[in-house]
Structure formats: structure tokens, C-alpha cells
Design a protein around this ligand. Structure first.
Ligand SMILES: Nc1nc2c(ncn2[C@@H]2O[C@H](COP(=O)(O)OP(=O)(O)OP(=O)(O)O)[C@@H](O)[C@H]2O)c(=O)[nH]1
Ligand SMILES: [Mg+2]
Length: 237
């Protein structure tokens, strides 16, 4: 399939009413992740929520060996990529407002999957319908400073999420944020989602998050043939 075909298919899917949009490029990504035995995690949340800093902290604090690659998607992604280069040599970036599977598939085709076991894909958004990027799991990121109403606002993202990270917990003394409100909303939308509250800046609370990532990594290794499983985020929880 040519890139042009991927694009026209994607616009059709974007206009559709399906909750999770799955263009053909998704299958390419899923197959590459399966063949490379790489865990693909989509990290998504409102602009400025703290996604890049969460990835920085993850790369710092994840137990060795850290064999992680990152793809950053936003309209000025080069800056985020530069920040992450300090911790990880495998950082690609895509300048786009909307993460599309064809753009991710193209980047993945240029990565040497033999050098890592985990791929983190950072994308801003979550209000508009999500396009399936072939990921194994989706993580929704909200900041304490973004308010405790975010889970209710990002209903669609919550539905797709295997985990929710509430970051910038070090700002709790300075902002109005009632964790019970956000947690109750998460529980009512997606009771199976794991919830982590942490500060990427101080690393407080990061251990639970990195342990979850490591467990996911192991559970993918045990799975016999992920390409046969077509439902997104299906082996989690
Ligand atoms: N106090 C505090 N600030 C944080 C934390 N995490 C991120 N920040 C700050 O929040 C701002 C946004 O963080 P980023 O990591 O760039 O957020 P992002 O979600 O990647 O932003 P976009 O890619 O533009 O959508 C920066 O000024 C960070 O330093 C945290 O845990 N605590
Ligand atoms: Mg960022």
C-alpha cells in the first residue's frame, strides 16, 4: 500500500463514527512491534500536561537495561525530541498536530528494532477521536495543575486507556485539585484503568509507574502471537 492510499483511508476513518479508528497502517505497526518483540505504548494527554517530562523521568528511572525508543508527535516536536536525546539515543519526531498511523509506520520503518524492547509514542490530544497507532497500550496523562475535571472531559481517551498518570503532584500545595474527583471519574468511565499519581520533576511516585511498564513488557514477551489479536490494548488488564 502506498503512503498516498494510507492518507486517503485515514481521512475516511477520521470522518467515521467508530470510537477507535484503525487505518491499514495500523496493521504495519502492529506487525513491526510483534516481529521486533517491542512493547508499544501510546502516551497521550492535553498539551503541556507533562508527557515529555514523564518520558524523561521514565528513561532516567526505569531499571536497566533501558532499551527504549521514543517517537514524539506534535507541531513543534523537535524541541521535545532534543530534551529526550539526553536520556535516549533513539528519538524520532513527527511535526503534526494529529498523530496518524501512516506517519508512525513510516518512522518505525526507519528504526532498528533489534536495539530496543519498548517504544513510547508521545502525542498531544485526546479530545478528538483517537486513531489506533497499533500500540499495545494507551496511557492518559493529566496534570494536577490542569484541574480535577480532566477525566470527565477526556472521556474517549479514558475509554482507550490502560493506565492514567496524574503528574505534577509536587504542585498539589499550590493548586486546587481534588484527587477523588478525578479518580472517581476515571473509575466510572474505565474501572480497569491503573492510576498512578507522581511527580516527573521529583520522581516521587515514579516507581509504581515504571514497575507497571516493566510488567507490561514481560506480559508481551509471554504472549505467543500478538499479530493475531486485532483488538487494541487487549492484552492489558
Ligand atoms: N512542577 C512540575 N512541573 C512539571 C512536571 N512535569 C512537567 N512539568 C512542567 O510542565 C511543563 C510542560 O511539560 P512537558 O513535559 O513539556 O509537557 P507536554 O505534555 O510534553 O507538552 P506538549 O508536548 O507541548 O503537549 C514544563 O514546563 C515542565 O517542566 C512535574 O512533575 N512537576
Ligand atoms: Mg511534549
Amino acid at each position: 500500500m502506498t503512503r498516498q492510499n494510507d492518507k486517503s483511508n485515514e481521512s475516511q476513518y477520521r470522518e467515521g463514527s467508530r470510537p477507535e479508528l484503525r487505518p491499514p497502517a495500523t496493521a504495519i505497526i502492529r506487525r513491526a512491534l510483534a516481529e521486533g518483540d517491542v512493547l508499544g505504548i501510546r502516551i497521550i494527554g492535553p498539551p503541556g500536561a507533562g508527557k515529555t517530562e514523564l518520558i524523561e523521568a521514565t528513561l532516567r528511572d526505569l531499571p536497566a537495561p533501558r532499551r527504549v525508543a521514543v517517537i514524539v508527535i506534535n507541531p513543534a516536536s523537535a524541541r521535545d525530541a532534543e530534551r529526550l536525546q539526553k536520556y535516549c539515543g533513539h528519538v524520532a519526531h513527527i511535526d503534526a498536530a494529529v498523530p496518524t498511523a501512516s506517519a508512525v509506520a513510516k518512522v518505525i520503518g526507519e528504526l532498528d528494532f533489534s536495539r530496543f524492547d519498548t517504544l513510547l509514542i508521545e502525542a498531544a490530544g485526546g479530545l478528538a477521536p483517537l486513531q489506533d497507532l497499533g500500540q499495545d497500550a494507551t496511557v492518559a496523562v493529566f496534570a494536577v495543575s490542569g484541574g480535577d475535571d480532566k477525566a470527565a472531559e477526556y472521556h474517549g481517551l479514558l475509554n482507550a486507556a490502560s493506565a492514567v498518570v496524574i503528574t505534577k503532584s509536587d504542585l498539589r500545595p499550590y493548586v486546587h485539585f481534588n484527587p477523588e474527583v478525578l479518580v472517581d471519574d476515571v473509575r466510572s468511565i474505565n474501572p480497569a484503568a491503573e492510576i498512578f499519581e507522581l511527580s516527573a520533576q521529583t520522581s516521587r511516585g515514579i516507581d509504581g509507574w515504571t514497575a507497571w511498564l516493566s510488567r507490561l513488557r514481560l506480559s508481551k514477551q509471554r504472549k505467543p502471537d500478538p499479530t493475531k489479536d486485532q483488538s487494541p490494548d487487549s492484552f492489558v488488564g
